[in-house]
Structure formats: C-alpha cells, structure tokens
Ligand binder design. Structure first.
Ligand SMILES: CC(C)(COP(=O)(O)OP(=O)(O)OC[C@H]1O[C@@H](n2cnc3c(N)ncnc32)[C@H](O)[C@@H]1OP(=O)(O)O)[C@@H](O)C(=O)NCCC(=O)NCCS
Length: 207
C-alpha cells in the first residue's frame, strides 16, 4: 500500500503513537474503516502478516453497511486516528455477542482448566485491524489499552478473543494474544460461508 509505505518511511513509531488518538467510531468514519478492512481483508490470507476472514472488496456495499450498523449499535467500536484512520477495533458486550451468536457458550469446547460458569459479564473482541504495512508499530496495542480503560471503568473483568488457526493460521494475531498475556480457554468450530473454521478462544482478566 503506497500511502502506508510513505507514512511509514517518514514517521517513527514512537512519534506516531504519540500523535494517534483512540476514540469511539462515528458514522462518518465508515469509509475510512472500510479502507483499513480492505487492506488486510482480501482473498489472500497471509498467515505471517495477519488477515481478516472476509474479502471486503468482494461486496463493498454490504461491508460498508455492516460497518455502519456496527458503529450505530455497538458500544465498543474504536478507531485510531491522526491524519487519517489507521486502525479499528470491534468488540461486543455479552448481550450484543449472545444476540448474534446465541449458542456460542455451548459451542465452545472449553478447556478443563477454564470454568465458564464463573464468568458473569464479558467482552468479546471480534476484529482488530491495522492498515496493512503499518502493523507492528504499536497501534493495535494502543486501541487495546483504550478498551481496557473503558472496561475497568465499567467493572467488566473478562475479555475473550477468537483467533483462527484453520484453514489458515493467523500468526500475527496469535503473537498479539501472547503479547497481551491471554490464556487459551477453548476451541470452537464454525461454519462460515461454506468453510469450516477452527478458532482458538482466548481469555484474559481486565487488569
Ligand atoms: C494483529 C494486529 C491487530 C496487531 O496490531 P499491531 O499494531 O500490529 O500490533 P502492535 O504493534 O501493537 O503489537 C505488537 C505485537 O503484535 C504481534 N504482531 C503484530 N504484527 C505481527 C506480525 N505481522 N507478525 C507477527 N507478530 C505480529 C507481535 O507479537 C508484536 O509484538 P512485538 O512488536 O513485540 O514483536 C495487526 O497486526 C493487524 O491488523 N493484522 C491484520 C489483521 C489481523 O490479523 N487482525 C487480527 C484478527 S481479527
């Protein structure tokens, strides 16, 4: 991506992190969020770089509508912005998540070391995406920090996040979970658009 490469050459990660502001997404961000999604959500799934499952360019109207709907309805939809939007994160609270995935708790093969019965309120981080070529500069961690602050203020103590390991493993996401000190809590198999996906379910306490 030419724009991202140019920015990356001209700015150091430390300065960029200082300049970036993480805020809640607004309706007018939909186009820019879609661009970020397109940069890492293509038909090609590169495990080392990380990817979103959907191919966003395959149906622009549908995906833009989905993004708009998310912005309007979700409490934890964030963007990282400076002179443009560099990244976004979509997280669901328990009610929102179970509304869209009513059988999720039963579908997960929970680890014997993890007791879901002890979990009351939780958040599921569904998607985090940083503009292609701008990954590994701390932008994902910055949005993540903001989510943690908001959860702490609301006294929500548990975060789940899913990472795909099949048909293509998302190594960038796995590394990111490790860095954020998540623990493996379970595994889920999910049919999506005719493909069977295997997701690792990670859990972490809000610190
Ligand atoms: C996963 C993702 C959100 C992480 O955000 P980020 O801004 O790159 O991550 P940060 O720079 O804040 O965090 C750094 C850690 O993430 C991991 N990481 C990020 N990109 C990586 C890559 N390409 N390969 C391996 N590890 C990577 C590393 O552990 C890294 O730690 P390090 O810098 O100490 O080595 C980002 O890489 C991305 O958008 N990838 C494409 C989409 C995606 O895979 N999303 C996750 C699935 S929803």
């Amino acid at each position: 991506m030419a724009v991202a490469n140019k920015i990356k050459q001209n700015i150091n990660p430390y300065l960029l992190r200082k300049l970036l502001r993480v805020r809640k997404a607004q309706a007018e961000d939909a186009e820019a969020i879609y661009e970020v999604a397109c940069s890492v959500g293509t038909c090609e799934k590169v495990s080392e770089q990380g990817f979103l499952v959907d191919d966003y360019q395959s149906d622009p109207n549908y995906y833009k509508m989905k993004i708009r709907k998310g912005i309007n309805s979700l409490e934890h939809f964030y963007v990282a912005e400076y002179d443009r939007i560099y990244a976004f994160m979509i997280a669901y609270n328990k009610e929102e998540w179970l509304h869209d995935n009513p059988k999720w708790v039963e579908e997960v093969y929970w680890s014997p070391e993890f007791d879901m019965r002890k979990i009351n309120q939780f958040i599921v981080v569904d998607k985090t995406a940083v503009l292609a070529d701008m990954t590994g500069m701390g932008i994902g961690s910055l949005i993540y920090k903001r989510l943690m602050e908001d959860l702490k203020a609301k006294e929500i103590n548990n975060i789940f996040a899913e990472t795909i390991i099949s048909p293509a493993p998302n190594f960038a996401s796995l590394q990111f979970r490790k860095k954020q000190s998540y623990n493996l809590a379970g595994v889920r198999y999910e049919q999506y658009k005719g493909t069977l996906y295997t997701d690792l379910i990670y859990h972490k306490q809000v610190e």
